[in-house]
Design a protein around this ligand. Structure first.
Ligand code: HEC
Length: 460
């Protein structure tokens, strides 16, 4: 009937421990506040050390009961328990010394500081049991963690190459990176939560405190997988709910690996994995839009000169020396004005000559812009007969020839241009009917024809 009393008292441990901490700290502060020869606080200090000792005993007993009843292992609690009892004895000893004395005993401040140290260590070890050993370390800057020997740096996780992913070793190159990113911080030789080390296949196969965590061919019977799909609120859910969770695709990959047998020898390509599951892990290098070459910055004088002549000249970004030049306010710009752009010809990546007076002859000059990426020749007199010179602009990606008289033949010559991605040719004689082949670039002529939808022909 009264069986519950002891476990209940055990559960009061987390509350009780604060009594000795507060009371003893108060006594120790009074010791340090006492001037030499002053016995003003002596009575209070006596009481503090006595009460501190008594509440420390209660804490230690409740702690022991909690250890007995709540399944903590001796390894985890031993030092906390030892230091707890040391705190008890130190409090009573100091009380005993000061109790029979009418003045401060010798070295009492040093001894009190020692008691404070014991209490601090006890409290810290207790905190480690409830919050984990990395509780304080986790919030330190990475550099400091490294100095202390803890490297809980987040790992990059899984990245798949677009070519040859089928040949990847399923465990070493797919499962292990997922584990490193999501599980390793708590399951490594230094931090063996659940007595489980997940830093290698051998270690994984050794299992944790409840034994094996992997049953080849049966994901649901493998805690390595089954704990990941438990509801997040479940105490057994992994990783613990307040931690970063793996992507659902990563969990799918672990599942498929176990289904395949959970072997170290399997290849990723052997499992029947859906494309959507792999998709998030492919490594795609974003190519920058402008050329990956570096140029000197344009001189401030030449920029000032250009602006005074009516050009709009702006850097395309703060991190490069590329320039964007536009003639929106310089509609009189003609072939003969070209020399004005000469001082900055290496820096121009974006040139807008829309609405200017240029003719086909300008194309010879445009050839001399080594880094030109976007060219706008809208509403100009170019005929298209010399567009082939643009084949030597090896970085040209977007060409605008809206509202010009360029014909289909004019752009055919740009097929297989080394970099050209798009030509915008609204309101030109270019017609779809004349385009037989597929161009190497995307042609936008704006004569939208929507594809017929099945619903268009359904009669209700
Ligand atoms: C923040 C720490 C933390 C992270 C991250 C973490 N775990 Fe755990 N894990 C624990 C703790 C704590 C236990 C022990 C729980 C217990 O005994 O009730 C445990 C236990 C386990 C067990 C049971 C071991 C046994 O035999 O009892 C498995 C399996 C497991 N974790 C798998 C994982 C996997 C897989 C991941 C990554 C996807 C992961 N854990 C991430 C803290 C963590």
């Amino acid at each position: 009937m009264i069986d519950f009393i002891l476990p209940l008292f055990g559960r009061f441990h987390p509350i009780l421990v604060h009594l000795p901490i507060g009371i003893l700290t108060f006594g120790i502060i009074l010791v340090f506040l006492s001037k030499k020869g002053s016995i003003q606080y002596l009575d209070s200090i006596r009481l503090a050390f006595l009460l501190g000792g008594v509440t420390a005993v209660l804490s230690s007993i409740s702690g022991f009961l909690q250890y007995q009843n709540e399944g903590f292992s001796w390894d985890t609690v031993q030092f906390h328990l030892i230091f707890g009892w040391a705190t008890v004895f130190a409090s009573f000893w100091l009380f005993h010394e000061i109790n029979k004395s009418t003045s401060f005993p010798k070295n009492f401040k040093v001894k009190s500081a020692g008691l404070f140290g014991l209490m601090l260590i006890t409290g810290h070890l207790g905190g480690n049991i409830t919050h984990g050993e990395e509780y304080l370390i986790e919030v330190l800057p990475t550099e400091m963690q490294k100095i202390l020997g803890y490297e809980i740096e987040p790992e990059k996780g899984l990245v798949l190459p677009e070519q040859g992913w089928e040949q990847l070793a399923y465990y070493d190159q797919v499962v292990q990176p997922i584990i490193n990113q999501n599980c390793k911080s708590c399951h490594n030789p230094k931090n063996l939560k659940g007595e489980l080390d997940l830093t290698s296949y051998e270690a994984l196969m050794n299992g944790g405190e409840d034994g094996s965590i992997l049953t080849g061919g049966n994901p649901d019977a493998s805690p390595l997988y089954s704990k990941l799909i438990l509801p997040k609120e479940d105490d057994e859910h992994m990783p613990p709910k307040d931690k970063k969770q793996p992507e659902k695709e990563a969990i799918e990959l672990i599942k498929a690996w176990i289904e395949l047998g959970g072997n170290i020898t399997s290849k990723l390509g052997e499992a029947n994995i859906k494309a959507e599951t792999l998709e998030p892990f492919f490594h795609r290098v974003e190519k920058p839009f402008y050329p990956e070459v570096s140029v000197e910055p344009a001189s401030l004088e030449s920029l000032a000169q250009l602006k005074s002549e009516g050009f709009f000249a702006e850097p395309v970004s703060e991190s490069s020396n590329w320039l964007m030049i536009s003639c929106v306010n310089f509609q009189g710009f003609a072939d003969t004005d070209w020399s004005k752009l000469n001082p900055i010809k290496n820096q121009i990546v974006y040139l807008d000559l829309t609405g200017t007076q240029v003719s086909d002859r300008i194309l010879d000059s445009l050839q001399t812009l080594p880094n030109l990426t976007v060219l706008k020749l809208n509403q100009t007199g170019i005929s298209g007969s010399t567009l082939e010179t643009l084949n030597s602009n090896q970085y040209l990606k977007h060409l605008y020839i809206n509202k010009t008289q360029v014909e289909t033949d004019g752009i055919k010559i740009l097929n297989n241009h080394p970099s050209l991605e798009k030509i915008f040719a609204f309101d030109t004689p270019i017609s779809e009917a004349e385009i037989q082949e597929n161009f190497s670039f995307y042609l936008e002529i704006g004569k939208y024809k929507l594809p017929a939808l099945p619903t268009d022909t359904i009669e209700y």
